[in-house]
Design a protein around this ligand. Structure first.
Ligand code: PLP
Length: 401
């Protein structure tokens, strides 16, 4: 690998820059609390008691380590590379989101915060946050777009069942971007007693770093597991990219392994037509959205464009700043899968492995389905199965049955 493709070990820098991306683009009132959060995280990161409590909960409450499963029938069907699935779908609450929610609620307790807020798109992060709030007896308010509440009604019931208040957000497209705005507004007014559990590797520093570090457990485990099973590192890692937390979690522990190729798969929606997709590296531009400078979808006037994806969890106009950086230096490749390709992969995995993937994860599966047959049988793919598809069955049935 060329020197330029080796990420600096010091990213992000002290003010949260990953190369020319990241930073802290927030109202002045949030600067001090964000610095306080960064300091609390720095002390937690080096505190064995913090890690002992987190590890215990990840194991006994959430079910870590998750298996690395050899998908034998899928491998045979595609006829090329050997495919392993990292089974985040088996984690408590059904997706990788709880790794981060758990880590952040422990930080909130260290900061003495009594109230938790969060935003959610598909509802998976809202469910993970409501779960850890119930577990620790904390007040919990979840902001969710009205349209998403209708699309993901079951997750709204789950959150309320666990004691969270779900507040419907009606402005604009009434989806994730508007929910984030409302959560930010709440936080500005309540920050002395409230922690905002941001759900992806996005937003102002220190969130992209904290979320990445909480999700790194995926890649740390996958690395150990593939070495146990195959005696060597994989040739290719694949993950879907919404904000980018499951992907950075899988990729990060392998970044220094120059022979490991990494591919992030964005939502291609109905194809790369303005407002009909959410693939930020296909026609996106550099800009600032909701706290961070990164690659995003905007029109020529800098207005954020509408986005579309069959999966609510990938339907967002900006990508996490560390992905923008890894794209810049050429360490990670980014591609996209369309709605139709993701739905086909959803069905394919269900049929041949008896595993129903989340529609988000199905984008990663679609890329594997496309490429595995062209790779030699001796090559190894690890793909992140970021969540289970139970939440998506009703929506998919409209397309598939
Ligand atoms: C939220 C979600 C995603 C997308 O978020 P990232 O931060 O990009 O990981 C992907 N898969 C599942 C199952 C999700 O719930």
């Amino acid at each position: 690998m060329s020197a330029v493709a080796t990420p600096s070990p010091t990213v992000p820098d002290a003010t949260g820059h990953f190369g020319r991306f990241g930073g802290m683009f927030v109202p002045e009132t949030l600067m001090a609390p964000l610095r306080e959060l960064a300091a609390a995280y720095e002390s937690a990161r080096t505190d064995p008691a913090f890690h002992a409590e987190l590890d215990d909960l990840l194991h006994n409450y959430c079910g870590r380590p998750t298996p690395l499963y050899f998908a034998q029938r899928w491998t045979e069907l595609l006829g090329g590379a050997k495919i392993y699935l990292k089974r985040e779908d088996l984690l408590h609450t059904g997706a990788h989101k709880i790794n981060n929610a758990l880590g952040q609620i422990l930080l909130a307790r260290r900061l003495g915060k009594k109230r938790i807020i969060a935003e959610t798109g598909a509802g998976q992060h809202g469910v993970a946050t409501a779960t850890v709030c119930a577990r620790f007896g904390m007040e919990c308010v979840i902001y969710m777009g009205k349209v998403d509440m209708e699309r993901q009604a079951l997750n709204v019931v789950r959150m309320r069942l666990m004691g969270a208040e779900v507040r419907a957000v009606t402005g604009g497209q009434a989806t994730l971007k508007e929910a984030v705005n409302e959560a930010m507004r709440d936080w500005v007014a309540s920050v002395d007693h409230t922690h905002y559990i941001l759900g992806s590797a996005l937003g102002s520093h220190p969130f992209p770093m904290i979320v990445r570090d909480m999700q790194r457990v995926i890649g740390v485990e996958a690395r150990r597991q593939i070495l146990e099973k195959e005696g060597r590192l994989p040739d290719l890692l694949v993950a879907c990219v919404g904000g980018g937390s499951n992907a950075i979690g899988l990729f990060h522990p392998f970044i220094g392994d120059e022979d490991v190729r990494m591919v992030g798969v964005e939502a291609g929606g109905e194809g790369i037509i303005p407002e009909r997709h959410a693939a930020r590296f296909q026609g996106g531009k550099l800009g600032v959205l909701q706290g961070t400078k990164t690659w995003l979808l905007a029109n020529d006037d800098g207005q954020i464009e509408l986005t579309h994806s069959v999966s609510a969890g990938l339907d967002y106009a900006a990508i996490g700043p560390e992905h923008a950086y890894l794209h810049d230096i050429g360490r990670v490749e980014y591609t996209y899968a369309t709605d139709a390709e993701a739905l086909a992969a959803f069905k394919e995995l269900a049929h041949c492995e008896g595993i129903i993937p989340a529609l988000e994860s199905s984008h990663a599966m679609a890329y594997v389905s496309k490429i595995a047959g062209s790779l030699p049988k001796s090559s190894l793919i690890v793909v992140n199965l970021s969540g289970r598809g139970d939440k998506d069955v009703e929506q998919a049935s409209k397309f598939l049955l």
